[in-house]
Design a protein around this ligand. Structure first.
Ligand code: NAP
Length: 289
């Protein structure tokens, strides 16, 4: 029930209609019996400063940030956590006495399902498909794991060069190389972790795979195939990888864990992760709910 005392949380993006965050956050809030509501806000890039000033005025308690604001928001905050500085993007903002504080929970979200697996990360070469915003969180996570090398595959030489250079001035220590897609056949046989951070294979393009089907036999058996996509579950990439002996991980757990980490920061308490996970599984199985 919305009352006169209801506190507000939310997510900003443009567009925002596709966001699943309201589903899982409101499920957790209901489970905890708290007088909070989590709302989606469609904010055009040019309206971002006005929106943040408005959030200040209405007393919003905190918010998530998604495409296209993850970098632009940084100049509007009073404080940015070391992890968000390292990634170069903010996905969670908290109200503090000193103003808005930004952090990045995507790194912790990405790492959560990997930590359950026994691996010698120092011997592991990670291949990351794509060089956008999510790839930045994955590189920072691979650095935290201590991966032997991180090979980032992209399609635009200029963007790859900028991506490579951005890590040279960052606090993140990582043995990073950037490659073109044509190099993939040489990279796959030595990769212990292959991460798809492109939208290739996302619904409604379920029949697409970032890796051509004929290249899957080159995957190391026992390699981890990690797709950040959570719709469909599994993607064609994960189906094919599992068929060739890889361990598949989809993006749902990352989504749940980055959300749970954000909600913990706003509420200052532990949150019901299983309720958040189940709410998303149920919603994805029947999105008209
Ligand atoms: P982004 O910043 O737009 O980056 C997308 C990357 O994919 C870019 O490097 C882009 O290359 C590349 N790409 C796009 N289409 C391609 C194609 N047809 N062929 C080759 N490369 C292509 O997006 P993002 O924020 O990183 O998100 C990427 C994906 O991760 C999305 O599917 C998103 O839903 C998912 N994600 C999931 C979670 C989670 O919690 N599970 C969190 C964050 C993101 P160019 O730069 O050359 O265009």
């Amino acid at each position: 029930m919305i009352t006169g005392k209801t506190k507000l949380l939310g997510v900003i993006g443009y567009p925002i209609e596709h966001s699943l965050s309201p589903v899982m956050h409101n499920a957790a809030i209901a489970e905890l019996g708290l007088d909070y509501a989590y709302l989606p806000f469609a904010i055009k890039p040019e309206d971002l400063p006005t929106a943040i000033a408005g959030f200040e005025a209405i007393g919003l308690q905190g918010f998530n940030v998604t495409i296209p604001h993850k970098q632009a928001i940084m100049s509007l905050l009073s404080e940015i956590s070391p992890v968000a500085q390292a990634v170069g993007a903010v996905n969670t903002v908290c109200r503090t006495e000193h103003g808005w504080q930004g952090t990045n929970t995507d790194v912790a979200g990405f790492l959560a399902p990997l930590k359950a697996l026994q691996r010698d990360w120092q011997q592991t070469i990670a291949v990351i498909l794509g060089n956008g915003g999510a790839a930045r969180a994955v590189v920072a996570a691979c650095s935290q794991l201590g991966c032997a090398a991180v090979q980032v595959v992209g399609r635009d030489r200029q963007k790859l060069q900028e991506f490579q250079q951005s890590w040279q001035t960052s606090p993140v220590t990582v043995n990073l190389q950037t490659m073109l897609w044509q190099d993939l056949p040489q990279l796959l046989p030595t990769a212990g972790l292959v991460v798809n951070t492109t939208p290739i294979g996302m619904h409604p393009h379920d029949s697409q795979s970032p890796i051509p089907l004929e290249m899957f036999p080159g995957l190391q058996p026992g390699a981890i195939a990690y797709d950040l996509i959570y719709n469909p579950r599994p993607t064609l990439f994960l189906q094919q990888a599992a068929h060739h002996g890889a361990i598949p991980l989809d993006g749902l757990e990352m989504l749940v864990q980055q959300g749970a980490a954000a909600l913990e920061l706003w509420l200052g308490r532990s949150v019901p992760v299983e309720v958040m996970r189940r709410s998303l599984q149920e919603y994805l199985a029947n999105p008209r709910l």
